[in-house]
Design a protein around this ligand. Structure first.
Ligand SMILES: Nc1ncnc2c1ncn2[C@@H]1O[C@H](COP(=O)(O)OP(=O)(O)O)[C@@H](O)[C@H]1O
Ligand SMILES: C=C(OP(=O)(O)O)C(=O)O
Ligand SMILES: [Mn+2]
Length: 533
Protein backbone atom coordinates (compact mmCIF):
# COMPACT_ATOMS: atom_id res chain seq x y z
CA UNK A 1 0.00 0.00 0.00
CA UNK A 2 2.79 2.37 0.94
CA UNK A 3 4.35 1.98 -2.51
CA UNK A 4 1.19 3.10 -4.27
CA UNK A 5 1.03 6.16 -2.07
CA UNK A 6 4.71 6.92 -2.74
CA UNK A 7 4.24 6.53 -6.50
CA UNK A 8 1.32 8.96 -6.32
CA UNK A 9 3.45 11.42 -4.36
CA UNK A 10 6.29 11.16 -6.89
CA UNK A 11 3.76 11.82 -9.60
CA UNK A 12 2.54 14.93 -7.78
CA UNK A 13 6.15 16.12 -7.61
CA UNK A 14 6.43 15.76 -11.38
CA UNK A 15 8.18 12.40 -11.60
CA UNK A 16 6.01 10.61 -14.14
CA UNK A 17 6.54 7.61 -16.41
CA UNK A 18 6.56 3.93 -15.63
CA UNK A 19 9.17 2.64 -13.31
CA UNK A 20 9.67 0.27 -10.48
CA UNK A 21 9.87 2.10 -7.19
CA UNK A 22 11.94 0.53 -4.45
CA UNK A 23 10.87 2.09 -1.18
CA UNK A 24 13.25 2.05 1.79
CA UNK A 25 15.16 -1.03 0.60
CA UNK A 26 16.60 -3.40 3.16
CA UNK A 27 20.36 -3.89 3.34
CA UNK A 28 19.89 -7.24 1.63
CA UNK A 29 18.06 -5.63 -1.30
CA UNK A 30 20.73 -2.97 -1.58
CA UNK A 31 23.48 -5.59 -1.59
CA UNK A 32 21.74 -7.54 -4.35
CA UNK A 33 21.18 -4.40 -6.40
CA UNK A 34 24.75 -3.11 -6.07
CA UNK A 35 26.37 -6.40 -6.98
CA UNK A 36 23.90 -7.50 -9.66
CA UNK A 37 25.33 -8.67 -13.00
CA UNK A 38 23.08 -6.16 -14.69
CA UNK A 39 24.88 -3.19 -13.16
CA UNK A 40 27.51 -1.41 -15.18
CA UNK A 41 30.09 1.32 -14.72
CA UNK A 42 29.97 3.40 -11.58
CA UNK A 43 26.73 1.72 -10.55
CA UNK A 44 28.43 -1.58 -9.91
CA UNK A 45 30.00 -2.43 -6.60
CA UNK A 46 32.60 -5.06 -5.70
CA UNK A 47 32.31 -7.32 -2.67
CA UNK A 48 35.39 -7.04 -0.48
CA UNK A 49 36.79 -9.64 1.90
CA UNK A 50 35.33 -7.79 4.90
CA UNK A 51 31.84 -8.24 3.44
CA UNK A 52 31.51 -4.53 2.69
CA UNK A 53 30.69 -3.49 -0.88
CA UNK A 54 33.13 -1.07 -2.54
CA UNK A 55 32.02 1.42 -5.18
CA UNK A 56 33.64 4.15 -7.21
CA UNK A 57 31.76 7.42 -7.03
CA UNK A 58 32.78 8.55 -10.52
CA UNK A 59 34.35 11.82 -11.58
CA UNK A 60 33.46 13.38 -8.24
CA UNK A 61 35.27 11.89 -5.25
CA UNK A 62 34.52 14.85 -3.00
CA UNK A 63 32.04 17.66 -2.60
CA UNK A 64 31.89 20.38 -5.19
CA UNK A 65 31.32 23.64 -3.26
CA UNK A 66 31.64 25.86 -6.33
CA UNK A 67 28.61 24.17 -7.92
CA UNK A 68 26.41 24.75 -4.87
CA UNK A 69 23.65 27.39 -5.02
CA UNK A 70 20.68 28.54 -2.99
CA UNK A 71 17.64 30.12 -4.62
CA UNK A 72 17.42 33.75 -3.52
CA UNK A 73 13.77 34.56 -2.91
CA UNK A 74 11.52 36.12 -0.28
CA UNK A 75 12.23 33.37 2.22
CA UNK A 76 16.01 33.43 1.91
CA UNK A 77 17.00 36.92 0.82
CA UNK A 78 17.29 38.35 4.34
CA UNK A 79 18.21 35.20 6.23
CA UNK A 80 20.90 33.35 4.25
CA UNK A 81 24.49 34.48 4.70
CA UNK A 82 25.26 35.55 1.12
CA UNK A 83 29.01 35.85 1.37
CA UNK A 84 31.26 35.43 -1.64
CA UNK A 85 32.64 32.01 -0.68
CA UNK A 86 29.68 29.76 0.11
CA UNK A 87 25.92 30.03 -0.45
CA UNK A 88 26.03 31.36 -3.98
CA UNK A 89 22.67 32.80 -5.02
CA UNK A 90 20.67 31.71 -8.04
CA UNK A 91 17.26 32.65 -9.39
CA UNK A 92 13.84 31.06 -9.43
CA UNK A 93 14.10 30.86 -13.23
CA UNK A 94 17.31 28.82 -13.15
CA UNK A 95 15.82 26.66 -10.42
CA UNK A 96 12.75 25.84 -12.52
CA UNK A 97 14.84 24.83 -15.51
CA UNK A 98 17.19 22.61 -13.54
CA UNK A 99 14.36 21.07 -11.60
CA UNK A 100 12.75 20.19 -14.92
CA UNK A 101 15.99 18.52 -16.01
CA UNK A 102 16.13 16.44 -12.84
CA UNK A 103 12.44 15.51 -13.07
CA UNK A 104 12.97 14.41 -16.65
CA UNK A 105 15.97 12.31 -15.71
CA UNK A 106 14.11 10.62 -12.87
CA UNK A 107 10.98 10.16 -14.99
CA UNK A 108 12.85 8.25 -17.70
CA UNK A 109 14.50 5.92 -15.21
CA UNK A 110 13.43 2.27 -15.10
CA UNK A 111 13.91 1.93 -11.41
CA UNK A 112 13.84 4.53 -8.67
CA UNK A 113 14.92 4.28 -5.08
CA UNK A 114 13.00 6.27 -2.52
CA UNK A 115 14.42 6.44 0.99
CA UNK A 116 12.55 8.17 3.79
CA UNK A 117 14.77 8.94 6.77
CA UNK A 118 15.29 11.41 9.58
CA UNK A 119 17.91 14.10 9.94
CA UNK A 120 18.11 14.82 13.68
CA UNK A 121 17.55 12.55 16.67
CA UNK A 122 14.84 14.58 18.38
CA UNK A 123 11.25 14.63 17.26
CA UNK A 124 10.83 18.37 17.77
CA UNK A 125 13.75 19.38 15.54
CA UNK A 126 14.33 16.54 13.10
CA UNK A 127 13.69 16.84 9.40
CA UNK A 128 11.76 14.07 7.74
CA UNK A 129 13.68 13.76 4.49
CA UNK A 130 12.69 11.92 1.31
CA UNK A 131 15.56 10.99 -1.02
CA UNK A 132 14.75 10.05 -4.61
CA UNK A 133 17.53 8.59 -6.76
CA UNK A 134 18.40 6.09 -9.49
CA UNK A 135 21.66 4.70 -8.21
CA UNK A 136 21.42 1.84 -5.72
CA UNK A 137 24.59 2.67 -3.81
CA UNK A 138 23.37 6.24 -3.32
CA UNK A 139 20.31 4.76 -1.62
CA UNK A 140 22.70 2.64 0.46
CA UNK A 141 24.72 5.74 1.36
CA UNK A 142 21.71 7.67 2.68
CA UNK A 143 20.43 4.56 4.46
CA UNK A 144 23.76 4.37 6.28
CA UNK A 145 24.11 8.06 7.00
CA UNK A 146 20.62 9.22 7.98
CA UNK A 147 18.50 7.97 10.86
CA UNK A 148 16.60 4.86 9.81
CA UNK A 149 12.94 5.06 10.85
CA UNK A 150 11.40 2.03 12.52
CA UNK A 151 8.60 0.24 10.66
CA UNK A 152 6.12 2.08 12.82
CA UNK A 153 7.76 5.45 12.15
CA UNK A 154 7.78 4.72 8.46
CA UNK A 155 4.09 3.85 8.45
CA UNK A 156 3.45 7.20 10.12
CA UNK A 157 6.08 9.19 8.25
CA UNK A 158 3.55 11.61 6.75
CA UNK A 159 4.61 14.49 4.52
CA UNK A 160 8.38 14.90 4.17
CA UNK A 161 9.81 18.19 5.48
CA UNK A 162 12.44 18.15 2.77
CA UNK A 163 12.91 16.31 -0.52
CA UNK A 164 16.23 15.53 -2.16
CA UNK A 165 15.98 14.67 -5.86
CA UNK A 166 19.26 13.24 -7.03
CA UNK A 167 19.53 13.35 -10.81
CA UNK A 168 23.24 12.65 -10.85
CA UNK A 169 23.09 11.18 -14.37
CA UNK A 170 21.96 14.45 -15.91
CA UNK A 171 23.98 17.62 -16.43
CA UNK A 172 23.07 21.17 -17.34
CA UNK A 173 24.06 22.13 -20.90
CA UNK A 174 23.03 25.77 -20.38
CA UNK A 175 25.16 26.47 -17.34
CA UNK A 176 26.86 29.49 -18.94
CA UNK A 177 23.57 31.20 -19.76
CA UNK A 178 22.43 30.39 -16.24
CA UNK A 179 25.50 32.07 -14.78
CA UNK A 180 26.56 28.90 -12.99
CA UNK A 181 30.00 27.41 -12.40
CA UNK A 182 29.73 24.26 -14.52
CA UNK A 183 27.36 21.67 -15.96
CA UNK A 184 27.18 20.09 -12.49
CA UNK A 185 24.84 21.53 -9.91
CA UNK A 186 23.66 21.27 -6.33
CA UNK A 187 20.73 23.60 -5.67
CA UNK A 188 18.56 24.31 -2.65
CA UNK A 189 15.13 25.88 -2.66
CA UNK A 190 14.01 26.68 0.88
CA UNK A 191 10.54 27.76 -0.18
CA UNK A 192 9.80 24.47 -1.94
CA UNK A 193 12.03 22.65 0.57
CA UNK A 194 13.76 20.68 -2.15
CA UNK A 195 17.40 19.98 -2.97
CA UNK A 196 18.28 18.94 -6.52
CA UNK A 197 21.54 17.44 -7.73
CA UNK A 198 22.94 16.96 -11.23
CA UNK A 199 26.29 15.77 -12.57
CA UNK A 200 27.96 14.72 -9.36
CA UNK A 201 27.33 11.25 -7.98
CA UNK A 202 29.10 11.94 -4.70
CA UNK A 203 26.84 11.13 -1.74
CA UNK A 204 28.42 13.77 0.51
CA UNK A 205 26.29 16.42 -1.25
CA UNK A 206 23.15 14.87 0.26
CA UNK A 207 24.69 14.38 3.69
CA UNK A 208 26.20 17.84 3.98
CA UNK A 209 23.22 19.31 2.12
CA UNK A 210 20.80 18.36 4.88
CA UNK A 211 23.36 19.45 7.46
CA UNK A 212 23.31 22.93 5.88
CA UNK A 213 19.50 22.92 6.23
CA UNK A 214 19.72 21.98 9.93
CA UNK A 215 22.25 24.81 10.24
CA UNK A 216 19.51 27.09 8.97
CA UNK A 217 16.50 25.95 10.98
CA UNK A 218 18.02 25.23 14.41
CA UNK A 219 19.95 28.42 15.23
CA UNK A 220 16.84 30.40 14.27
CA UNK A 221 15.17 28.52 17.16
CA UNK A 222 18.06 29.41 19.50
CA UNK A 223 19.82 26.05 19.38
CA UNK A 224 23.48 25.47 18.63
CA UNK A 225 24.06 23.63 15.37
CA UNK A 226 27.57 22.30 15.12
CA UNK A 227 30.07 20.69 12.74
CA UNK A 228 31.49 18.43 15.39
CA UNK A 229 31.74 14.87 16.62
CA UNK A 230 30.62 13.95 20.13
CA UNK A 231 31.10 11.24 22.71
CA UNK A 232 30.13 10.62 26.32
CA UNK A 233 31.89 8.93 29.23
CA UNK A 234 30.61 6.43 31.82
CA UNK A 235 29.72 9.38 34.08
CA UNK A 236 27.69 11.15 31.42
CA UNK A 237 30.40 13.74 30.69
CA UNK A 238 30.07 14.91 27.09
CA UNK A 239 32.96 16.06 24.87
CA UNK A 240 32.51 17.62 21.44
CA UNK A 241 35.17 17.92 18.73
CA UNK A 242 34.86 20.66 16.12
CA UNK A 243 36.99 20.58 13.00
CA UNK A 244 37.10 20.81 9.25
CA UNK A 245 37.50 17.75 7.08
CA UNK A 246 40.45 15.46 7.96
CA UNK A 247 41.22 17.18 11.25
CA UNK A 248 40.18 14.12 13.27
CA UNK A 249 36.51 14.39 14.29
CA UNK A 250 35.69 10.83 13.25
CA UNK A 251 38.99 9.26 14.30
CA UNK A 252 39.21 10.87 17.73
CA UNK A 253 35.55 10.47 18.70
CA UNK A 254 35.78 6.69 18.17
CA UNK A 255 37.40 6.09 21.55
CA UNK A 256 37.06 2.64 23.15
CA UNK A 257 36.89 4.28 26.58
CA UNK A 258 33.79 6.29 25.67
CA UNK A 259 30.40 5.99 24.00
CA UNK A 260 30.03 7.55 20.56
CA UNK A 261 27.16 9.98 20.02
CA UNK A 262 28.09 10.87 16.45
CA UNK A 263 31.04 11.72 14.23
CA UNK A 264 30.12 14.89 12.31
CA UNK A 265 26.90 16.87 12.84
CA UNK A 266 25.19 17.75 16.14
CA UNK A 267 22.75 20.09 17.75
CA UNK A 268 22.72 21.32 21.35
CA UNK A 269 19.33 22.14 22.85
CA UNK A 270 17.96 22.55 26.38
CA UNK A 271 18.39 18.85 27.06
CA UNK A 272 21.87 18.34 25.70
CA UNK A 273 23.85 17.31 22.65
CA UNK A 274 22.20 15.23 19.93
CA UNK A 275 23.28 13.73 16.63
CA UNK A 276 21.71 14.57 13.28
CA UNK A 277 22.87 11.35 11.67
CA UNK A 278 22.39 7.61 11.88
CA UNK A 279 25.84 6.65 10.69
CA UNK A 280 29.46 7.64 10.27
CA UNK A 281 31.54 8.55 7.25
CA UNK A 282 35.15 7.73 7.96
CA UNK A 283 38.25 8.32 5.90
CA UNK A 284 40.08 5.11 5.07
CA UNK A 285 43.22 6.48 3.46
CA UNK A 286 46.18 4.68 5.09
CA UNK A 287 43.75 3.02 7.50
CA UNK A 288 45.26 0.36 9.73
CA UNK A 289 43.74 -1.90 12.35
CA UNK A 290 46.44 -0.88 14.79
CA UNK A 291 45.85 2.90 14.54
CA UNK A 292 42.08 2.91 14.18
CA UNK A 293 40.69 -0.38 15.48
CA UNK A 294 37.09 0.79 15.89
CA UNK A 295 36.79 2.08 12.33
CA UNK A 296 38.58 -1.00 11.02
CA UNK A 297 36.03 -3.28 12.68
CA UNK A 298 33.11 -1.19 11.42
CA UNK A 299 34.02 -2.17 7.86
CA UNK A 300 31.87 -5.25 7.33
CA UNK A 301 28.68 -6.25 5.56
CA UNK A 302 26.34 -3.21 5.12
CA UNK A 303 29.26 -0.77 5.26
CA UNK A 304 29.88 0.96 1.93
CA UNK A 305 33.45 1.63 0.83
CA UNK A 306 34.09 4.41 -1.68
CA UNK A 307 37.00 4.93 -4.01
CA UNK A 308 39.35 2.34 -2.57
CA UNK A 309 41.49 0.02 -4.67
CA UNK A 310 40.28 -3.59 -4.50
CA UNK A 311 42.12 -6.56 -6.04
CA UNK A 312 40.61 -9.66 -7.64
CA UNK A 313 40.44 -11.43 -4.28
CA UNK A 314 38.43 -8.62 -2.74
CA UNK A 315 41.37 -7.34 -0.71
CA UNK A 316 41.49 -3.59 -0.17
CA UNK A 317 44.74 -1.63 -0.33
CA UNK A 318 44.08 1.33 1.92
CA UNK A 319 47.56 2.70 1.21
CA UNK A 320 46.83 3.12 -2.48
CA UNK A 321 46.16 6.83 -3.05
CA UNK A 322 45.66 6.47 -6.80
CA UNK A 323 41.89 7.11 -6.94
CA UNK A 324 41.72 9.88 -4.33
CA UNK A 325 42.99 11.02 -0.93
CA UNK A 326 39.33 11.02 0.09
CA UNK A 327 38.64 7.28 0.13
CA UNK A 328 35.81 6.61 2.56
CA UNK A 329 33.54 4.18 4.27
CA UNK A 330 30.01 4.87 5.45
CA UNK A 331 28.39 2.59 8.01
CA UNK A 332 25.36 2.63 10.30
CA UNK A 333 26.37 3.90 13.73
CA UNK A 334 25.78 0.53 15.40
CA UNK A 335 28.87 -0.79 13.62
CA UNK A 336 30.79 1.00 16.37
CA UNK A 337 30.66 -1.09 19.53
CA UNK A 338 30.31 1.60 22.14
CA UNK A 339 27.49 3.97 21.25
CA UNK A 340 24.50 5.58 22.91
CA UNK A 341 21.15 5.08 21.23
CA UNK A 342 19.21 7.19 20.51
CA UNK A 343 22.27 9.27 19.65
CA UNK A 344 22.12 11.90 22.36
CA UNK A 345 23.43 12.73 25.82
CA UNK A 346 23.58 15.62 28.28
CA UNK A 347 25.29 19.00 28.03
CA UNK A 348 28.89 19.22 26.85
CA UNK A 349 31.57 20.04 29.39
CA UNK A 350 34.61 19.81 27.10
CA UNK A 351 34.74 21.67 23.79
CA UNK A 352 37.67 20.71 21.60
CA UNK A 353 38.61 22.62 18.44
CA UNK A 354 40.65 20.46 16.08
CA UNK A 355 42.99 22.29 13.75
CA UNK A 356 45.33 20.55 11.33
CA UNK A 357 47.97 23.27 11.21
CA UNK A 358 50.06 22.88 8.08
CA UNK A 359 52.35 25.75 9.19
CA UNK A 360 53.44 23.54 12.07
CA UNK A 361 53.47 26.34 14.63
CA UNK A 362 50.40 25.80 16.84
CA UNK A 363 51.03 23.91 20.08
CA UNK A 364 49.57 20.38 20.07
CA UNK A 365 47.12 21.65 22.70
CA UNK A 366 46.20 25.07 24.12
CA UNK A 367 43.95 25.81 27.06
CA UNK A 368 41.52 28.54 26.05
CA UNK A 369 39.82 31.07 28.31
CA UNK A 370 36.29 32.25 27.59
CA UNK A 371 37.26 35.01 25.18
CA UNK A 372 39.82 32.90 23.38
CA UNK A 373 37.15 30.24 23.00
CA UNK A 374 34.96 32.76 21.18
CA UNK A 375 37.81 34.23 19.16
CA UNK A 376 39.04 30.87 17.89
CA UNK A 377 35.53 29.64 17.13
CA UNK A 378 34.93 32.63 14.87
CA UNK A 379 38.36 32.14 13.25
CA UNK A 380 38.21 28.39 12.79
CA UNK A 381 41.82 28.29 11.67
CA UNK A 382 42.92 25.07 10.03
CA UNK A 383 44.31 23.82 6.78
CA UNK A 384 42.11 22.48 4.06
CA UNK A 385 43.64 19.14 3.21
CA UNK A 386 43.53 17.38 -0.12
CA UNK A 387 40.51 15.34 -1.03
CA UNK A 388 37.19 16.33 0.45
CA UNK A 389 36.67 19.38 -1.74
CA UNK A 390 37.25 19.52 -5.45
CA UNK A 391 40.32 21.51 -6.45
CA UNK A 392 42.18 21.22 -3.14
CA UNK A 393 45.39 19.27 -3.72
CA UNK A 394 47.86 20.89 -1.29
CA UNK A 395 47.28 21.83 2.36
CA UNK A 396 45.88 25.37 2.33
CA UNK A 397 45.76 27.57 5.42
CA UNK A 398 42.18 28.46 5.86
CA UNK A 399 39.89 30.29 8.26
CA UNK A 400 36.56 28.56 8.41
CA UNK A 401 34.17 30.19 10.88
CA UNK A 402 32.56 27.74 13.29
CA UNK A 403 34.94 25.13 11.82
CA UNK A 404 32.39 24.57 9.09
CA UNK A 405 32.02 27.61 6.86
CA UNK A 406 31.04 25.51 3.84
CA UNK A 407 27.87 24.40 5.65
CA UNK A 408 26.83 27.63 7.39
CA UNK A 409 23.64 29.04 5.97
CA UNK A 410 23.33 31.92 8.46
CA UNK A 411 25.88 34.54 9.51
CA UNK A 412 28.81 32.99 11.46
CA UNK A 413 27.98 35.02 14.57
CA UNK A 414 24.66 33.13 14.81
CA UNK A 415 26.67 29.97 15.49
CA UNK A 416 29.08 31.58 17.93
CA UNK A 417 26.26 33.27 19.82
CA UNK A 418 24.27 30.07 20.24
CA UNK A 419 27.35 28.02 21.17
CA UNK A 420 28.74 30.57 23.64
CA UNK A 421 25.38 30.78 25.38
CA UNK A 422 25.40 27.01 25.89
CA UNK A 423 29.04 26.97 26.98
CA UNK A 424 28.45 29.64 29.61
CA UNK A 425 25.27 28.06 30.88
CA UNK A 426 26.97 24.71 31.35
CA UNK A 427 30.43 25.86 32.38
CA UNK A 428 32.11 24.13 29.48
CA UNK A 429 35.87 24.47 28.94
CA UNK A 430 37.47 24.89 25.51
CA UNK A 431 40.76 23.63 24.06
CA UNK A 432 42.51 24.09 20.75
CA UNK A 433 44.18 20.88 19.57
CA UNK A 434 46.61 20.85 16.66
CA UNK A 435 46.27 17.50 14.89
CA UNK A 436 48.48 18.74 12.07
CA UNK A 437 52.18 19.32 11.79
CA UNK A 438 55.07 20.57 13.92
CA UNK A 439 58.75 21.42 13.45
CA UNK A 440 59.65 17.82 12.60
CA UNK A 441 57.83 18.23 9.28
CA UNK A 442 55.65 15.26 10.20
CA UNK A 443 52.09 15.11 11.36
CA UNK A 444 51.69 14.87 15.14
CA UNK A 445 51.13 11.20 15.89
CA UNK A 446 47.72 9.82 16.66
CA UNK A 447 49.20 8.32 19.82
CA UNK A 448 50.21 11.76 21.09
CA UNK A 449 46.91 13.35 20.10
CA UNK A 450 44.90 10.58 21.77
CA UNK A 451 46.88 11.03 25.01
CA UNK A 452 46.21 14.79 24.83
CA UNK A 453 42.48 14.16 24.43
CA UNK A 454 42.62 11.81 27.45
CA UNK A 455 44.24 14.58 29.52
CA UNK A 456 41.51 17.03 28.51
CA UNK A 457 38.76 14.59 29.31
CA UNK A 458 40.11 13.39 32.66
CA UNK A 459 40.88 16.98 33.65
CA UNK A 460 44.60 16.39 34.30
CA UNK A 461 45.49 19.10 31.76
CA UNK A 462 44.07 21.70 34.14
CA UNK A 463 46.63 20.74 36.77
CA UNK A 464 49.67 20.89 34.47
CA UNK A 465 52.24 23.66 34.65
CA UNK A 466 51.80 25.92 31.63
CA UNK A 467 53.85 28.00 29.23
CA UNK A 468 52.73 31.11 27.32
CA UNK A 469 53.36 30.80 23.60
CA UNK A 470 54.38 34.22 22.25
CA UNK A 471 52.69 35.92 19.26
CA UNK A 472 49.94 33.30 19.17
CA UNK A 473 48.92 34.36 22.67
CA UNK A 474 48.15 30.78 23.66
CA UNK A 475 48.65 28.83 26.88
CA UNK A 476 50.06 25.32 26.56
CA UNK A 477 50.68 22.68 29.23
CA UNK A 478 54.37 21.81 29.66
CA UNK A 479 53.92 18.09 30.23
CA UNK A 480 51.07 15.59 30.05
CA UNK A 481 51.02 11.88 30.81
CA UNK A 482 52.00 9.68 27.84
CA UNK A 483 52.67 12.68 25.58
CA UNK A 484 56.16 13.13 24.09
CA UNK A 485 58.11 16.29 24.71
CA UNK A 486 56.42 18.26 21.93
CA UNK A 487 53.95 20.41 23.87
CA UNK A 488 55.93 23.60 23.37
CA UNK A 489 56.06 23.63 19.55
CA UNK A 490 59.37 25.52 19.60
CA UNK A 491 61.18 22.46 20.94
CA UNK A 492 60.36 20.58 17.74
CA UNK A 493 62.34 23.09 15.64
CA UNK A 494 66.11 22.84 15.17
CA UNK A 495 66.21 26.61 15.02
CA UNK A 496 63.66 28.55 17.08
CA UNK A 497 63.97 31.43 14.65
CA UNK A 498 62.19 29.29 12.04
CA UNK A 499 59.26 28.79 14.37
CA UNK A 500 59.21 32.52 15.14
CA UNK A 501 59.12 33.49 11.50
CA UNK A 502 56.20 31.18 10.76
CA UNK A 503 54.37 32.09 13.96
CA UNK A 504 54.55 35.76 12.97
CA UNK A 505 53.23 34.92 9.52
CA UNK A 506 50.31 33.04 11.01
CA UNK A 507 49.67 35.84 13.50
CA UNK A 508 49.37 38.31 10.64
CA UNK A 509 46.88 36.00 8.92
CA UNK A 510 44.80 35.73 12.10
CA UNK A 511 44.75 39.50 12.49
CA UNK A 512 43.79 40.15 8.91
CA UNK A 513 41.06 37.54 9.01
CA UNK A 514 39.56 38.95 12.19
CA UNK A 515 39.10 42.44 10.71
CA UNK A 516 35.72 41.34 9.35
CA UNK A 517 34.40 41.01 12.92
CA UNK A 518 35.67 44.29 14.34
CA UNK A 519 32.74 46.39 13.17
CA UNK A 520 30.83 45.43 16.32
CA UNK A 521 31.64 46.13 20.01
CA UNK A 522 31.58 42.40 20.67
CA UNK A 523 34.12 41.75 17.92
CA UNK A 524 36.41 44.61 19.05
CA UNK A 525 36.42 43.19 22.56
CA UNK A 526 37.67 39.83 21.28
CA UNK A 527 40.71 41.20 19.40
CA UNK A 528 42.90 41.12 22.50
CA UNK A 529 42.16 37.39 22.91
CA UNK A 530 43.81 36.64 19.59
CA UNK A 531 47.42 36.46 18.37
CA UNK A 532 49.37 39.72 18.22
CA UNK A 533 52.78 40.78 16.96
N1 LIG B 1 47.28 13.33 15.17
C1 LIG B 1 46.21 13.00 14.46
N2 LIG B 1 44.98 13.26 14.93
C2 LIG B 1 43.89 12.94 14.20
N3 LIG B 1 43.94 12.33 13.00
C3 LIG B 1 45.14 12.03 12.48
C4 LIG B 1 46.32 12.36 13.19
N4 LIG B 1 47.37 11.94 12.43
C5 LIG B 1 46.87 11.40 11.32
N5 LIG B 1 45.53 11.43 11.33
C6 LIG B 1 44.66 10.94 10.23
O1 LIG B 1 43.93 12.04 9.77
C7 LIG B 1 42.63 11.68 9.39
C8 LIG B 1 41.59 12.40 10.21
O2 LIG B 1 40.39 12.27 9.53
P1 LIG B 1 38.94 12.18 10.17
O3 LIG B 1 38.99 11.65 11.54
O4 LIG B 1 38.10 11.47 9.18
O5 LIG B 1 38.59 13.72 10.18
P2 LIG B 1 37.17 14.43 10.11
O6 LIG B 1 36.17 13.45 10.62
O7 LIG B 1 37.35 15.62 10.98
O8 LIG B 1 36.98 14.79 8.67
C9 LIG B 1 42.52 10.18 9.59
O9 LIG B 1 42.80 9.56 8.36
C10 LIG B 1 43.61 9.92 10.64
O10 LIG B 1 44.14 8.61 10.56
C1 LIG C 1 31.76 14.32 4.50
C2 LIG C 1 32.40 15.37 4.87
O1 LIG C 1 32.83 15.49 6.15
P1 LIG C 1 34.17 15.19 6.93
O2 LIG C 1 35.27 15.22 5.92
O3 LIG C 1 34.25 16.29 7.93
O4 LIG C 1 34.05 13.82 7.55
C3 LIG C 1 32.56 16.47 3.93
O5 LIG C 1 33.08 17.50 4.30
O6 LIG C 1 32.14 16.29 2.77
MN1 LIG D 1 34.45 12.81 9.66
Amino acid sequence: MKNIKVIQELHDLGITGYHEVVYNPTYEELFQAETSHFRKGYEKGAVTDSGAVAVKTGVFTGRSPKDRYIVKDDVTKDTIYWDDKVNFPTSQVVWSELKKLVLKQLSTSKKLYVVDAFCGTNKDTRLKVRFVMEVAWQAHFVTNMFIRPSIYELENFGEPDFIVMNGSKTTNPNWKEHGLNSENFVLFNLTEKIQIIGGTWYGGEMKKGMFAMMNYYLPLKGMASMHCSANVGEDGDVAIFFGLSRTGKTTLSADPKRYLIGDDEHGWDNNGVFNYEGGCYAKVIDLSEENEPDIWRAIKRDALLENVVVNEYGEVDYYDHSITENSRVSYPIYHINKIVLPSKAGHASKIIYLSADAFGVLPPVSILDEEQAQYHFLCGFTSKLAGTERGITEPQPSFSPAFGEAFLTLHPTMYSKTLVAKMKEHNAKAYLVNTGWNGTGKRISLKNTRAIIDAIIDGSIEKAETVKIPFLNLTAPKTLAKVDDILDPRTTYKDVADWEKKAKELTALYNKNFEQYTNTEEGKRLVSAGPSL
